[in-house]
Design a protein around this ligand. Structure first.
Ligand code: ADP
Ligand code: MG
Length: 693
């Protein structure tokens, strides 16, 4: 039996050469591609307005018959007008100039749906509406009909493709395909999760009988989409777990014990739990592949140090990579403090070192004399070689590309990997992007931290804020003032910081004010930071270079300018720079835009310091694009499922995917044949380093 779904679209009725090209241009080549081109939305009684209910200024959707197609002429341009009517009234659609191909499309009596904002000028009208052609039969929405509307590109419209044509094509397709088309979701999974089969699903998603059946169809395809995505992760994960670990540790010993003993604080329960999770991984015979999530200031560094201690005692090297030199140096100083008393050598590898300095270190790393190496991207250079690299730690891992992370890992032979991130991302996102890794979470702050008081203020309140700053400085506290720098190349933002610096220097003329931004030379940068750290500087005006991990316990106030330009998670990350000592700290968000919506969003930060809650809110308010790591990743390119709403389906699909891969790692079981075929066809690019046999 040939698979009908693989039929080329040029052999499908109503698709000639012209339409074939239009469809090819959006990636549709086969009957299957076409059938997976799901409606973009559905019209029904609840979202379609009668024409006597239209309100000027409101966005709405109506369905009506074309009553009149005409043009008028102003001095400068021609206006195409199409008047439509339903049983309750009239509405005119306007197109300005040069759109003759649109005029040709309309015939009196055509049934169309239009969406747009209602205007009033000699009657109700919409300018340049979104429109689509429907079947004549669909006029009576009151009978409970649901009308599918497909996404159309201009090219498709010009080639005469519209929802009416799509329905015609699909109607015909369904007379040819049969209910035994291969279903990518294995029968067992369909039964277990109560999913309708492919044939019914396709039929209902294009020709929904009612809301209930449409919901079932959408549920099935959401599940399918997430199942495929999670299968990629399940396979990747299995691949890693299949490797033989070259750095299996026996146990922790004296060094680790000493490190614990000398800690100036007691670990939090979360830190202890995570350290145990890592310890178990390091002793297993498969490589660790773990993501450590923990809010800013939750104390991830010490957990990294403990891991490094265990590796060192077992004669393996550990490398820690951080995204900035500031942060790498900070880690290096911490690690030196932890390890040098016990005669363990740590070395730093960053770009600003001289060639000579580096040439001294590199051979020692290569012959295994140095157990702990801290650095930046400089670690990725080819000439950096190890003798027994056992653990790779990547701090603020989302700041590195997939390739960068991989190239560091590849310097060892199946080393243990610990990725750390302070960007709490919503659970649904994290199991979609990092679902191939084990996760540890530090969800508790070290004892004795005073909470950060956060306030959103408007510009006019600044004088009061400045008085408050003076009080703080007079009681020996230090201040951060942060300017957004969305892209480092944006001159304007840099200028804003420079101007801010001048302004602040004037207002605080009897205090020490410094400016920090990424355009400074590296040496200047560390000098500015050193002076601030030592308490010499009272106020540090800075662009977002300080975002990552800088630790200055005496800084108790942070002002964030133009706060509305940041995502909530980023703001949360920024304010984590303060409140690290035992003093009460303040974060002041200056909102320059006076829109209520903008301030409303910022108020979430007044209410909670829980990074996960904040990232959930960010996801809801600004969408997944906010989490740029996800964008880079390309995995979260979902067509029908939605990470905000479909968390429950995601969890089920994940379980199903991991079960399939566990029971049938090579997908060779005949019950998984159709799954395998569909999966491989659609996920090749996502599998990158994973392959299945
Ligand atoms: P992050 O998770 O943001 O990387 P760090 O590891 O830099 O946080 O820790 C922030 C600060 O908290 C550091 O000064 C660190 O020494 C301190 N710290 C870490 N753990 C504890 C703890 N259990 N009790 C008290 N202070 C701690
Ligand atoms: Mg950190």
């Amino acid at each position: 039996m040939t698979n009908y779904l693989q039929k080329k679209i040029n052999r499908i009725p109503y698709i000639g050469k012209v339409r074939e090209n239009a469809l090819n241009s959006i990636g549709i080549y086969t009957a299957e591609d076409l059938l997976y081109y799901f409606p973009r939305k559905y019209l029904d009684r609840s979202n379609v307005k009668k024409m006597n209910r239209l309100i000027v200024g409101e966005e709405c959707t109506v369905i009506g018959k074309v009553d009149r197609v005409w043009t008028t002429r102003t001095r400068r341009k021609t206006i195409l007008k199409v008047t439509i009517k339903d049983n309750y009234g009239y509405l005119t659609l306007n197109w300005f100039g040069g759109i003759y191909w649109i005029e040709k499309m309309f015939k009196v009596g055509d049934l169309i749906s239009v969406s747009g904002k209602i205007n009033y000028y000699r009657g109700l009208n919409i300018i340049h509406p979104d429109f689509d052609f429907l079947d004549a039969k669909m006029g009576k929405l009151s009978t409970g009909i649901i009308v599918p509307v497909y996404a159309l590109t201009e090219n498709m419209r010009k080639k005469g493709l519209n929802s009416r044509q799509f329905r015609k094509i699909f109607k015909n397709l369904f007379t040819e395909i049969t209910s035994d088309i291969p279903d990518p979701i294995p029968q067992k999974i369909r039964n277990k999760y109560n999913l309708i089969d492919l044939f019914d699903g396709l039929k209902l998603i294009h020709f929904p009988k009612n809301k209930e059946s449409l919901k079932k169809a959408r549920y099935r395809f959401k599940f399918q989409e997430l199942l495929m995505l999670q299968s990629v992760l399940a396979i990747k994960r299995r691949q890693i777990k299949n490797e033989k670990c070259q750095a299996q540790c026996k146990r922790a010993g004296e060094l680790t014990a000493n490190l614990y003993k000398k800690l100036p604080f007691e670990l939090t329960e979360s830190q202890k739990r995570v350290a145990r999770e890592i310890y178990n991984d390091l002793r297993s015979d498969t490589p660790m592949n773990r993501l450590l999530q923990g809010d800013v200031g939750s104390g991830k560094t010490i957990v990294a140090a403990i891991s490094a201690a265990i590796m060192t005692e077992n004669d393996f090297q550990t490398v820690i990579m951080a995204p900035t030199e500031i942060l790498a140096e900070q880690h290096y100083n911490n690690f030196k403090k932890y390890f040098e008393p016990w005669g363990i050598d740590c070395k730093l590898l960053i770009g600003k070192q001289t060639k000579k300095q580096r040439e001294e270190i590199l051979p020692k790393i290569a012959n295994g004399k140095i157990p702990i190496i801290v650095g930046t991207h400089a670690l990725l250079q080819e000439k950096v070689k190890y003798s027994k690299l056992g653990l790779v730690i990547i701090d603020e891992q989302h700041r590195f590309g997939v390739d960068q992370r991989m190239s560091l890992i590849k310097k060892g032979t199946n080393p243990h990997v610990l990725m750390m991130t302070a960007t709490p991302i919503p659970r649904t996102m994290s199991i979609s992007i990092y679902g191939d890794m084990d996760t540890s979470i530090i969800d508790e702050m070290p004892k004795g931290r005073k909470p950060i008081v956060t306030r959103v203020v408007k510009k006019i309140q600044l004088p009061k804020v400045y008085d408050f700053l003076k009080d703080q400085i007079n009681s020996e506290r230090q201040i951060f003032i942060v300017y957004p720098l969305i892209s480092e190349s944006e001159k304007m933002d840099l200028q804003a910081a420079e101007k801010g610096f001048e302004k602040i220097s004037k207002i605080f003329s009897s205090y020490k004010v410094a400016l920090l931004h990424s355009k400074l030379k590296k040496l200047e940068k560390s000098e500015v930071i050193e002076k601030y750290k030592s308490g010499e500087t009272d106020i540090l005006v800075s662009t977002t270079v300080i975002e990552v991990g800088v630790d200055i316990p005496n800084a108790t106030v942070m002002i964030i300018e133009n706060a509305e330009r940041f995502g909530l998670s980023q703001l949360h990350q920024l304010r984590g720079r303060i409140g690290r000592g035992g003093e009460k700290s303040y974060c002041i968000l200056v909102s320059r835009k006076d829109t209520e919506q903008g301030s409303e969003r910022l108020r979430i930060l007044e209410e909670t310091i829980d990074g996960f809650k904040i990232s959930e809110a960010d996801l809801k308010l600004r969408g997944p694009g906010e989490f740029f790591s996800a964008k880079q990743h390309g995995l979260i390119d979902l067509k029908i499922a939605n990470l905000i709403e479909d968390g429950e389906i995601l969890r089920k699909a994940r379980l199903a995917a991991f079960t399939i891969v566990k029971n049938d790692p090579n997908l060779s079981d005949k019950n998984n044949r159709d799954f395998r075929e569909f999966f491989l066809k659609n996920n090749k690019d996502k599998l990158n380093y994973a392959t299945i046999g």
